[in-house]
Design a protein around this ligand. Structure first.
Ligand SMILES: NC(=O)c1ccc[n+]([C@@H]2O[C@H](COP(=O)([O-])OP(=O)(O)OC[C@H]3O[C@@H](n4cnc5c(N)ncnc54)[C@H](OP(=O)(O)O)[C@@H]3O)[C@@H](O)[C@H]2O)c1
Length: 311
């Protein structure tokens, strides 16, 4: 077995990320060792890597095969194809992963497709759940062309919602309609009409500030990202006058304390297997290019997700 390697922060490298030799993982009793074959990048970890100290190991999403099953007998067997996530350090050839964050993959789901599911797919899934039953409800998804937004549009549609996608540019409209959006609104402000039962909001700034005035009575705005700006001003009267409106602060790793990641990951993977959910992989590259791909992600050079494959 060759030495383990991982993506590590190096301030001198392009994109501040390189692949380096690291220590082998030492699993706890409830952890399996996974040989990672594909990873995907998320905005949050890439942004953190752009500021982190040398040697920090980023990485949330991983897919691969179980090399050593957990000593306590939990989780998938040796050789199983799995998807999972870690709070950091997932971008390595071999990692120790708690079995409650691992799901075994159905045959037709590729490891690259699976790698897109953890943070982006679970965020979309759990954020939409804050709206309760979505059948014939009006849902607005902001940042709809991004990794989370793409899944949120598809899943909201699957749940029976009337889906409005919000995008920055008019040329993004056809792709969002094809994805399943009933309507697409363009620009960084949300009109106060029509009203929405649920807003899946990741842009922040003007978008969040104006979306709060577009909630239906009893409507919920789930805020989980600030891709444009973290500081927000809003008209409080317009927010409360509809009545019983809620602003919900969402952090995926907190949500996963209530339901293990393995549960949602299996649901998402089954939808992919059934052809009802399609991960949008815009970019697939060898992991040696992690620095360049991270830069492209931060500059928003592609929609959907980027996947890196390990040799
Ligand atoms: N709280 C949590 O648990 C959690 C979980 C997952 C993600 N997040 C956050 O949620 C946000 C969305 O995640 P993601 O993975 O979908 O990110 P992403 O793939 O980079 O997508 C960003 C989306 O925001 C849009 N956007 C609008 N204004 C933007 C601006 N000024 N700069 C950059 N993008 C802008 C982009 O539109 P264009 O396509 O036109 O560029 C795109 O649709 C990120 O901020 C991420 O950090 C938080």
């Amino acid at each position: 077995m060759s030495a383990n390697r991982a993506v590590v922060v190096d301030p001198e490298a392009p994109g501040r990320l390189v692949v380096r030799a690291v220590a082998e993982p030492v699993p706890d009793r409830g952890e399996a060792v996974v040989r990672v074959r594909a990873i995907s990048l998320n905005r949050g970890e890439v942004r953190r890597a752009s500021m982190a100290v040398a040697g920090w190991r980023p990485g949330w999403d991983l897919a691969g095969e179980v090399e050593r099953a957990a000593a306590d007998g939990s989780g998938p067997r040796v050789g199983a194809r799995v998807v999972g996530l870690l709070p950091e350090g997932a971008w390595a050839e071999r990692v120790a992963v708690p079995t409650h964050t691992l799901a075994e993959l159905p045959d037709k789901v590729t490891l690259s497709e699976a790698a897109t599911l953890p943070v982006a797919g679970l965020t979309a899934l759990h954020a939409l759940a804050k709206g309760g039953s979505l059948l014939a409800r009006r849902v607005l998804v902001t940042g709809a062309t991004g990794g989370v937004g793409d899944f949120a549009v598809q899943l909201a549609r699957l749940a029976g919602a009337h889906v409005t996608a919000s995008a920055r540019r008019a040329d993004q409209v056809p792709a969002l309609r094809q994805l399943g959006a009933d309507e697409v609104v363009v620009g960084d402000e949300i009109s106060p009409t029509p009203k929405y039962d649920l807003v899946i909001e990741s842009v922040g700034g003007r978008t969040l500030g104006t979306a709060l005035a577009a909630l239906e009575r009893g409507g919920v705005c789930v805020t989980f990202g600030v891709s444009a700006a973290a500081e927000v001003t809003f008209d409080a009267r317009q927010f409360f006058v509809a009545g019983r409106t809620t602003l919900y602060g969402f952090y995926i790793f907190t949500e996963l304390g209530s339901e293990p990641a393995s549960v949602g990951l299996r649901r998402l993977a089954d939808l992919v297997e059934a052809g009802r959910l399609a991960p949008h992989i815009s970019l697939e590259r060898p992991w040696g290019e992690v620095g360049q791909v991270a830069q492209q992600l931060l500059a928003r050079r592609f929609p959907g997700k980027a996947v890196l494959t390990l040799d």
